[in-house]
Ligand binder design. Structure first.
Ligand SMILES: *[C@@H]1O[C@H](CO)[C@@H](O)[C@H](O)[C@H]1NC(C)=O
Ligand SMILES: *[C@@H]1O[C@H](CO)[C@@H](O)[C@H](O)[C@H]1NC(C)=O
Ligand SMILES: *[C@@H]1O[C@H](CO)[C@@H](O)[C@H](O)[C@H]1NC(C)=O
Ligand SMILES: *[C@@H]1O[C@H](CO)[C@@H](O)[C@H](O)[C@H]1NC(C)=O
Length: 406
């Protein structure tokens, strides 16, 4: 039912000529959004073998791996030069003295997956060797290292069409025979949501995030309208998480994590998980929120109602088996603001007479409501629910094939 609806939305949003026969890149990966950790937000170029080993250990000891945070991804600065003879990419020998294959072996020995970084230009953003024109030889090196994920950046590309540059790496990765998640980092510059589904498993939709409330809101608003383009194997990427970084308040961290999760963003942590505070750890380990992100329907939630002052919003999106996620979001600076969700504001939701069970995703509390529900929300905070109809009856509002709901 809902996948069919989503296909219909896609048909509305995409020009017929751009619809491809396969929805997503066919490498079997990313059927739900990836979860993991990346070095950039906290460590930038300051990475090395010792750090990565200790992060791998911490992903296990904190329990994050067992919650689904499987990918340990290196960002820029692991590489330094090319071998003059073979042309192969070489690691920085001072930072990674045991080499990249040994690093991958360590990461895999912890039950984790291994991510690397390159660039679809002549140099990476930090002026290390890029892969443009050398896609085949580099993809083979990554496969030889045991790499499971490639983040592919967009610096020093001299205006060459991104479609061609990213397709070249997609094909080179495929030719290695190793399934490697392909994370496109084109910064949303040329609207990749409209063309990247058959190329990458995810594509960045905006410039880089930073750990401020302003950056989070700006990225949120740019990623929100792109919801029709996301689905299993092909995700909008509003950049990595800043939970635990900068001076974000607990409320801001909770909103950031909740909204990224319901937008089906990749949940890639960007903080120092070895020294994380208990309150930030409690946020990123919320199993009820993670379950929404990993819901197998893979539908990106979006804003369905915004106040005239633009300081309060209702977000919603369908989940598998006829359930929905609903988030009341107080963007403004005033505490205890009442926000109401009306069933009629949520597309393809249930009739006003339907009684829903609302399971609070941040507190151990459930309630029921019919037609609407109101809650008080703190400044910069969210109240989030999983909504299920009390009985699966014929009360969906419109456009639904009731046979397939049984
Ligand atoms: C390569 O592409 C083909 C065709 O899309 C696909 O069936 C296959 O699974 C891909 N292999 C890898 C390793 O990604
Ligand atoms: C490795 O990187 C960490 C984080 O940047 C740094 O604190 C540490 O000194 C580095 N260790 C080595 C051996 O370079
Ligand atoms: C956090 O607050 C400190 C002290 O006010 C300030 O110096 C720093 O720039 C802030 N960091 C961010 C990322 O805003
Ligand atoms: C709320 O509902 C969910 C789903 O039915 C259930 O698993 C959970 O135990 C309930 N929690 C409370 C506090 O009643």
């Amino acid at each position: 039912m809902f996948p069919t609806l989503r296909a219909a939305f896609l048909a509305l949003f995409l020009h017929a000529s751009t619809i491809t026969t396969t929805f997503a890149l066919d490498n079997g990966l990313g059927l739900t959004p990836v979860m993991g950790w990346n070095s950039w937000n906290k460590f930038a170029c300051g990475i090395n073998e010792t750090l990565i080993h200790s992060i791998a250990d911490a992903l296990v000891s904190t329990g994050l791996r067992d919650l689904g945070y499987h990918y340990l991804n290196l960002d820029d600065c692991w590489q330094l030069t090319r071998d003059m003879g073979s042309g192969k990419i070489k690691e920085d020998p001072n930072k990674f003295p045991s080499g990249m294959k040994a690093l991958g072996d360590y990461i895999h020995s912890k039950g984790l997956k291994y991510g690397l970084y390159s660039d679809a230009g002549l140099m990476t953003c930090q002026r290390r060797p890029g892969s443009l024109g050398l896609e085949t030889i580099d993809a083979q090196s990554y496969a030889d290292f045991g790499c499971d994920y490639l983040k592919y950046d967009n610096c020093y590309a001299f205006g060459l069409k991104p479609q061609k540059r990213y397709e070249a790496m997609r094909d080179a990765l495929n030719a290695t025979g190793r399934p490697i998640f392909f994370s496109m980092c084109e910064w949303g510059a040329l609207d990749p949501a409209t063309w990247a589904t058959p190329i990458g498993n995810s594509w960045r939709t905006t410039g880089d995030i930073n750990p401020t409330w302003g950056s989070i809101l700006e990225i949120l608003d740019r990623n929100d309208p792109l919801w029709p383009y996301a689905g299993p194997g092909a995700w909008n990427d509003p950049d990595m998480l800043e939970v635990g970084n900068g001076n974000l308040t607990v409320e801001q961290q909770r909103s950031h994590f909740t909204l990224w999760a319901i937008m089906k963003a990749p949940l890639i942590l960007g903080n120092d998980i070895r020294t994380i505070s208990q309150e930030s750890l409690d946020i990123i380990t919320n199993k009820k929120i993670i379950a929404i992100n990993q819901d197998k329907l893979g539908a990106q939630a979006h804003s369905v109602w915004t106040s005239d002052e633009k300081d309060t919003q209702v977000w919603a999106g369908p989940l598998d088996e006829g359930e929905f996620v609903i988030v009341l979001f107080n963007r403004g600076d005033i505490n205890n603001v009442e926000i109401a969700v009306h069933w009629k504001d949520i597309p393809d939701f249930y009739t006003d007479t339907t009684t829903m069970v609302l399971e609070d995703l941040w507190c151990d509390w459930n309630t029921t409501a019919t037609g609407s529900f109101t809650a008080k929300v703190q400044a910069h905070d969210v109240v989030a629910f999983r909504a299920s109809p009390t009985k699966k009856s014929n009360n969906l509002r419109k456009n639904v094939n009731l046979q397939s709901q049984a």
